[in-house]
Every structure is written in C-alpha cells, then in structure tokens.
Write a protein that binds this ligand. Structure first.
Ligand code: ZN
Ligand code: ZN
Ligand code: FE
Length: 759
C-alpha cells in the first residue's frame, strides 16, 4: 500500500546540511516527494511503500547530521499523489532570516578524514569544509545566506568545486564556503614587519617557528589568536610580558581529548562538552605533574582547554605539540583583532610572525567558555560556535533589543519564542569595544532581519549601553534594574514564568535606591520584583579603586567590625602607614566610599584578609582564587548576623569577620578558612531562602549573578536547597554573569510594555 506523510521539523535544521541528508535518505529508501526550508524549519513530504517510509522516517529522526538538532518532529497523513523522484525544492520566499544564519563550527569527521588522506584533492588544505561544518556567522555579510553574501564571494569556485556545490548527493551541496587548493583561500606566513617569509609549506614553517619558541599570531575563525608552544615556559613568559597580561590564565588547544587527559583531569560528563561541534574552551582541573609550562595558568587549579576549531588548527597540532597556548589576539582590554591590517598593526609588538590567510572575517567573534557544574554545562561566555543560534523560550515576545550591562557586554534580540544573543563584546569603557558593540547590533539586526520596537537597558545612567539606548529615536525604552534582570534571565532560560525567590550574588549593579547592589534576596517575576533582603552594606574606600584592590575591601570589613581597635593582622603591615590612616578615615566617615551590598566584594575582601591577593589584574580574580584554594573536605562554618532595617533583612558580616580573624590568629590555613567561608555563604543563602519562604510560601529559587560561576558555592547551594524541598533554577545556556543579563532585560521590558499597552 502506498502512503504519503508530511513531516514538520524544527530545531537547528537549516544551514547544517539537513536537506541533502533528507534527499540521500529518500534515495536510499526509495521514497518520493520533496524537502524544503520554511520559516520554522524543514518540511518534508514523502510517499512510498510502508517499509520504505518506515526506514526513511526512522533514519531522518535518529541519524541527523552532526550540526543538526531537532526540537520538534511532527508527522501527519496526506493522500498519495502518485509522485515519482525526490527533489530539494527552492525555499519559500517567506523563509525568515532567523532560521538561516548558523554559528561557525568545527571540522566534521568526514572533512577531517579527507584533510589527512594523501589521496584526497584537499589533502592538507586548511580551508576544507562542507555542509556539515565550517565557517558561517563570522563570514556572513548579509542575507539571504548565499555565497555572494559571504566573504567567500572573493573566490570563484573551480569546475570541480562547482560540480560538488550543484550536486545534491554530495556533502558539499550548497556548502557556501566550499573551496579547494585550486580555487579557495590560501595561507601566508609573514614576519612582524609584514614581510612574507618564503616557505613551500607555511604550516610546516609555522610549526618549526613555534617549536623554536616564537610567538605567532594565527588567524582563526572569528579573529586572531596568539600562539606559543605550551610546554615552553620561556615562550609563555615572553608572551605574558608582551601582551601585558600578568596572571590571567591562557587558553590551551590540543589535537584531541586523548592529549588533553595527559595534563588535565576530565570528568566523564566534561568530555562531550570538550568534543562538542561548538568547540568551547572548557575549564578542566589541572593534573599535578604535567609538562605544561607553569606560566600558562599561574595560581590556578584549572586550565581552559579547547579542541581544534578549524582545519588549520588540526594541521598545526597533528603530531607537533601536546598543546599550544591559544589566547585572544589583543592587548589587555582591547577587542580581539580580526581584520588583517588592524591585526598586523596591533599585534606587531607581540607576535614574531603572522600566519594568516585571505578569507576575510566579517564579524569578530571570541572563543566561548564553558564549565561543568551541578550536573550540566554552564556557559560562562557564549560566543563562537553558539552565536547566533536561538535560545528557545516559553513566552512569545515582540522584537526587543536588550543592550546588556557594561563589563562583559553582550546584546540580545528577541522575536516570538526565540532569543538571539550576540557574541561576547567586552568592556564598553574601551572605545574600540564600544565601536564593536554598535557594529554588532547593526549586524545582528541585519542578518536576522529584525527591527526592534522596544529597547531594554540597564538602570545605570552612566553605562555606555544605557547611553546608546537612550539616544535611539522612535522606539519604546525600558530601564531595567540589574539584579531583576539577572533573576528574569534565569527564569526565562528555565521556562519558568511565575514568581520565584531570586538569590542574586553579583559584582556591582545599580540599585533602585541609587546605591550599588550585588548581594540580593529578591522575589519577582517578569513584571516586577521586591527586595526582601540583602547582604549588609559596606563602604568601598575609593570606589572603583576598591574593586582593583581587594585589600581596601578587607580593611573596610575590619574597620566596620572592630572600629578603632583593629586586630594585629599581617594585612595592616602591607598598607603604607599614610594610606592606612587615609583609608580608615574614608571608611569611618563615608568619604569617597560608596556603600555596596555586593557579594563579589565580600569574596574579594575575604581573599585579601587571608592573604591570598591584595590587588587584582582582572575582574573576579580574587574570588576565583578563593574558590580554588578551598579544601572541599572541610565542613566547618562561621556564624553570621541577621537583622532587619528599612529595606528588609540584612545579612551581616561582623560575626563572620570576627570568626575569620580568630581562625587567622589561630594559624588556620587559608584552604580551611576559604572552605568555611564558602560553607557560610551557602548557609546564608539557605537562611535567607527559608525566611522569604516563611513570608511568601514560594518554593522555587533562582540562582544568578557572576558569583554563581563559583562551582563549590553553586553545587553546595543547590544541594542544600533541594534537600530542603526547594526547586532550584540555575543557568546553563545563558551565562550567570553579566553576559547573560540581556535576556532578562528583554523579557522584563516586553512584559512591562505589554502591561502598559493593555491598560
Ligand atoms: Zn565537513
Ligand atoms: Zn575548487
Ligand atoms: Fe551583574
């Protein structure tokens, strides 16, 4: 009996080789019909004998191409029409751009096999790709996604490549970046002055230079990396010196997971994250006796490790290095270099040589960073490999542009049930980064064909992202409180649209009262929030200076706890006598010392108090080191104060600081004190949550804010809250830090505008 079925498929199914795959399966199972892209995904109509149909349906449901993932798969019955043959139909003109633009991706297994097959015509060719893999977002200049709207328009396909491109049975059918050594991009090696270095094989020459300890700027998918041999301590130190980067860990890249386990411990669940097509940098525990140079990640128990994301990286690493340092090609706070002339200019003082190529990068995009905790992967920086893939929501939203925060800037566009985050942009205080911010918004709006009707921004009046939003014309503007946005971001990511308790442990954010918040116990939903309590306020002597110098925070806690009668701690000797007098006055009399309830500052202060770090060279450094030294076998806990005032309950430090000082004076090691401090913060969360439950009866708790990048704190908090009967929502696809803030802003703004218009 002949049957006909219609199959509607949603998910990541466009630009990932899905239609050729369906075509091949139809040929294989001898069924007729067609496949096409529509605005939601892929539609297939198929006709044939029951047996063939069953085989076909099973195959397309379960054997999907590597980059595809299916979120909806619906089958319905149709009357047979007697068709013969199977065709890939032209897409509907109405195809929404949102479904078309795919993220940049890795090298698929088939391409990898060809890359290292001496018989293949693309043997050793660093730009091999197919419909299942290769560059996408970074080379797209506009839509529709077609070769002329990518930077591959610079190259005309040779007849062989063109034949592959036109043939639906090949892996390169409509692979827009298709290329080969005859017709595609080429590598060049040049010295720091930009003079070409004569080499038959630029890859072999580059490997040789790296072996000799040279620093190479290497053009990747979304920008330049600076690379050195990770086992060469001298080279790594030299890179640090030239990059003006004292301590921030460098990312590593190895050929395969087998190489990674030689220097890093990988838990079973971390491997799929490491080998994922998105190729994020994954934070992994160091092995003690590895051959990796100590300066790769000084004072750190973790490495950031990624596997190769491009054919060029595979060629460089194959049998050559256990690992290469692959750090962003920039000087400290500048954005990553991605244009060739700009890269040579900005990196000439750092790199000895440039390994570059003539395929232009249209959009700069940094590496993504992920960490495994509470049984799932958590994005810490969602960028290359993920952007601009949609995050699916439970709600239906209008087109909202959310401009994010300032330090780890990302922006977000929403439409319907989808949220599209931009790549990581960086610290907007840097003028080049702010330019990149504006460029990214324009590009995202263009390739997604979205024109926002609402713009959501942070309440902070001085953020560049706020000022940008305010100067837009003809668009509804909504200012969103920072920690409310964190809460909403976590709720939206988890598809939860009710009221929940929000525990927001963060760096700094502008509060409703004009003060700096950051240790917040909230109750809220998308429509609004109420602040039930907070960590008690503490002066930050010198404002921003206290962020860079945790030592000042430590002193602030001491002065506020002990008054004039400070305990004799080594800390006091590390401050110049004049400064000590000055800071004490500032703290005692609230001079140039804004008050903050920030949890990040508490972690900083404790880190300095126990002698871990007096100053930081990047945000979150002291808190991260505090986490890393904690002895996780220690179960002790400190007392803390709880009192009420006008704005709810305060969770206070005098008892906590006194107990830490007593431990310090008693000679307890920092690892024990750190563990007890972590345990205390978990108890703080538990007490606050129970208290709010007693007022509200709410049993769902959302954890958000940058401090929840801390694995020890997050895992213990989730465990205790769940043991207590609470349902705990945490981040996974959206970063808990300010990189995930824009989603919350968008959802809140959409809800508030809808409410206003409805009234
Ligand atoms: Zn491929
Ligand atoms: Zn070719
Ligand atoms: Fe924040």
């Amino acid at each position: 009996m002949i049957l006909r079925k219609r199959i509607e498929i949603e998910g990541v199914v466009q630009g990932v080789g899905f239609r050729p795959f369906v075509y091949n399966m139809a040929e294989h199972w001898g069924v007729s019909g067609f496949v096409l892209n529509d605005s939601r995904g892929v539609v297939v109509e198929v006709e044939g004998q029951l047996e063939g149909l069953a085989g076909f349906l099973f195959a397309i449901r379960s054997n999907t191409p590597p980059l595809a993932s299916i979120s909806r798969f619906d089958i319905s019955d149709l009357l047979p029409t007697g068709t013969t043959g199977f065709e890939i139909r032209q897409s509907d003109v109405s195809v929404a751009a949102v479904a078309q633009v795919a993220p940049d991706s890795y090298v698929c297994d088939d391409c990898l096999a060809e890359l290292f097959n001496p018989e293949d015509r693309r043997y050793g060719y660093p730009f091999i790709n197919c419909t299942n893999c290769g560059p996408r977002y970074s080379i797209i200049t506009g839509i529709p996604y077609d070769r002329p709207k990518t930077t591959m328009q610079d190259f005309v396909m040779c007849p062989t490549c063109q034949a592959e491109y036109d043939d639906p049975t090949t892996r390169r059918f409509h692979a827009q970046p298709n290329a080969c050594p005859e017709c595609g991009p080429q590598l060049t090696l040049s010295d720091a002055a930009g003079q070409p270095v004569a080499a038959d094989d630029p890859v072999a020459a580059a490997i040789d230079l790296l072996r000799r300890g040279k620093i190479l700027a290497i053009k990747g998918l979304g920008g330049y990396h600076l690379a050195v041999d990770a086992e060469n301590e001298e080279a790594v130190l030299e890179l640090r010196r030239r990059k003006q980067r004292d301590e921030k860990p460098f990312a590593l890249m190895s050929y395969s997971a087998e190489q990674v386990v030689e220097y890093a411990r990988t838990e079973a669940e971390e491997l799929p994250l490491l080998t994922a097509p998105e190729r994020p940098i994954v934070l992994l525990a160091k092995k003690d006796d590895s051959s990796i140079a100590p300066s790769v990640a000084p004072r750190n128990r973790l490495y950031g490790v990624m596997l190769p994301g491009t054919p060029l990286h595979y060629l460089l690493l194959k049998d050559s290095f256990r690992a290469l340092v692959m750090t962003s090609g920039n000087v400290s706070d500048e954005p990553i270099a991605f244009e060739d002339n700009e890269a040579t200019e900005r990196l000439e003082t750092i790199a000895d040589y440039f390994l570059t190529h003539n395929r232009r990068i249209h959009m700069r995009i940094d590496d993504s960073i992920a960490r495994f905790m509470t049984g799932k992967s958590v994005m810490l920086r969602r960028s290359r490999g993920y952007v601009p893939r949609a995050i699916f929501l439970q709600e239906q939203l209008p087109v909202v542009l959310a401009t994010g925060a300032e330090l780890k800037s990302t922006v977000c566009l929403t439409q319907g049930d989808r949220a599209f985050f931009s790549q990581h942009i960086g610290d907007l205080k840097n003028a080049d980064v702010f330019d990149s911010f504006k460029l990214t918004i324009a590009h995202l709006q263009e390739v997604l064909e979205l024109t926002p009707e609402i713009v959501a921004h942070d309440m902070h009046p001085d953020f560049y992202s706020t000022r940008y939003a305010e100067q837009l014309n003809g668009i509804e503007k909504v200012a969103v409180q920072h920690h409310h946005a964190h809460l909403a971001s976590c709720l939206a990511e988890n598809g939860y649209d009710g009221e929940a308790i929000g525990i927001i442990f963060d760096g700094l954010g502008y509060g409703n009262d004009g003060r700096i918040w950051g240790g917040e116990f909230l109750v809220g939903d998308f429509a609004g929030f109420k602040r039930y309590g907070h960590l008690c306020n503490i002066p930050m002597p010198g404002g921003d200076a206290a962020v860079k110098e945790p030592l000042r925070m430590a002193l602030s806690y001491l002065v506020r706890t002990y008054g004039d009668d400070l305990p004799q701690l080594p800390l006091l000797d590390r401050i110049a006598p004049n400064d000590l007098v000055l800071y004490r006055q500032m703290i005692a009399k609230d001079i140039n010392s804004p008050m903050t309830s920030s949890c990040g500052r508490l972690f900083d202060g404790v880190a300095a108090l126990i002698g871990l770090r007096d100053t930081v060279s990047y945000e979150g450094q002291a808190a991260m080191e505090l986490e890393q030294i904690a002895d996780t076998d220690e179960e002790g806990c400190y007392p803390f104060n709880l009192w009420r005032d006008d704005d709810g309950f305060n969770l206070g430090y005098p008892a906590l600081i006194t107990a830490i000082v007593d431990d310090l004076l008693a000679g307890e090691p920092a690892s024990i004190i750190s563990a007890r401090f972590h345990n205390t913060m978990v108890e703080v969360v538990l007490s606050a949550t129970r208290l709010i439950w007693s007022y509200t009866g709410l049993t769902t708790v959302a954890l958000s804010g940058g401090v929840f990048q801390n694995r020890i704190l997050t895992e213990a908090t989730v465990y205790l809250l769940e043991s207590d009967g609470f349902t705990v929502l945490t981040h996974s696809r959206v970063p808990p830090n300010d990189g995930g803030l824009a989603l919350g802003q968008a959802v809140i703004a959409a809800t508030q505008v809808a409410k206003k218009r409805g009234e």
